[in-house]
Design a protein around this ligand. Structure first.
Ligand SMILES: *Cc1c(COP(=O)(O)O)cnc(C)c1O
Length: 364
């Protein structure tokens, strides 16, 4: 060996490719590729962020106490059972680092969020993919994948990029059937958007077990993706493990301040939910009316399926939209080569995409 070699698994990783964020020169960019909110963060969060510029020389509070307390208050949780991270991506990686050794297996569903696969491979563990039914996670399929080597099940609920969810009863059934030493990670990045009576992010399940952890983020509905703030709620045994391996100052002072202000602004959150309710329904129907199949979504994005006919494919639609400044997300890496994922934007963006796709489908 004449050069350092990364440990097993690392070179099997296909680096995560973020949503495109450029438009052709001279065309106004409308970014609908990473599920960011069109409303931006609360004004109070911006002000809190700016205020932290007064004291950049000091390390932040390594426990992110203020932020954990604000989250605890909002959701009725004991702050001792919360860990904050640099985005929930960091927490997903830390969970894998804590619980996966080389040769172990971790399960996620067919079109599940790709960060899971990266976190699994980075620990020399084996990604096991459970088939979905109608682009929706299947508890039976996940349970069929469980072996004596399984250590983690990652479930995005709702899932990205499909926008589908499974009811809390199904999540409970999954948990009940899993061996007690398997960690069930409930990634609820889009929980705030869901308007279904049979949905719950999983707080009660976490509270009543020692192997379930829920992850959440400030990157989506709170509009703070740039600051990288996520959190998880878990039983004492999992929280203790995470706190031992995380960076001692993994959340910046700006993130702590802005996140705290954001979660205390209930009216901004309500506005964001109302905006999404209205435009998710409008966009889904408008795309359906164009003859496109849209997977029913409960999140702030839709998965749009295109025909395989030459001239009408997802790839050609993507190019057509990009030329007009509308940047959606190609999801071939998720095993969905004939689909695009569109984040719900502001009124102008949503109407613009639908109008452009109407022209695209009409041209011969
Ligand atoms: C966006 C997203 C996240 C959040 O990532 P952050 O690191 O918190 O920005 C987590 N899980 C899923 C499924 C997502 O789509």
């Amino acid at each position: 060996m004449n050069k350092p070699l990364p440990k097993t698994g690392v070179m099997d990783i296909a680096a995560y490719v973020p949503g495109r964020s450029t438009a052709p020169a001279g065309v106004k960019l409308v970014k609908l590729s990473s599920n960011e909110t069109p409303l931006g963060p609360a004004e109070s969060a911006k002000a809190a962020f700016v205020h932290t510029a007064q004291k950049l020389e000091d390390y932040p509070d390594g426990q992110a106490t203020e932020l954990r307390q604000a989250i605890g208050l909002k959701h009725g949780l004991n702050p001792d059972n919360i860990v904050c991270g640099a985005g929930s991506d960091e927490l997903l990686s830390l969970l894998a680092n804590c619980y996966l050794s080389p040769g172990d297996e971790a399960i996620y569903s067919q079109h599940g969020f790709l960060v899971y696969k990266i976190a699994i491979l980075a620990n020399g563990a084996v990604p096991v993919v459970a088939p979905e039914v109608d682009h929706t996670a299947s508890v039976d399929a996940i349970l069929e994948c469980v072996t004596s080597k399984t250590r983690i099940v990652f479930l995005a609920n709702p899932n990205n990029p499909t926008g589908t969810y499974i009811p809390i009863d199904e999540v409970r059934r999954l948990h009940a059937e899993l061996p007690k030493h398997v960690v069930l990670v409930l990634d609820a990045a889009y929980a705030e958007y869901v308007r279904r009576n049979d949905y719950e992010a999983g707080i009660e399940l976490v509270s009543s077990s020692s192997n379930v952890v829920m992850t959440r983020t400030f990157s989506k509905i709170y509009g703070l993706a740039a600051l990288r703030i996520g959190w998880c709620y878990g039983p004492a045994n999992i929280i203790d493990a995470l706190n031992r391996i995380r960076g001692p100052f993994n959340v910046s002072a700006a993130a702590i301040a802005a996140g705290t202000a954001a979660i205390e602004d209930h009216s901004h959150l309500e506005n964001a939910i109302r905006h999404n309710d209205a435009w998710l329904a409008w966009t889904s129907k408008a795309l359906n009316d164009l003859g496109l199949t849209v997977t029913p979504s409960v999140a702030n994005f839709v998965l749009v399926h295109f025909p395989e006919t030459k001239g009408k494919t997802a790839q050609e639609a993507d190019e057509y939209l990009v030329q007009r400044g509308f940047v959606l997300r190609a999801v071939g890496a998720y095993g969905l080569p004939n689909a695009l994922r569109m984040t719900i934007g502001n009124e102008e963006a949503n109407r613009g995409v639908v109008a452009a796709l109407s022209e695209f489908l009409d041209q011969s």
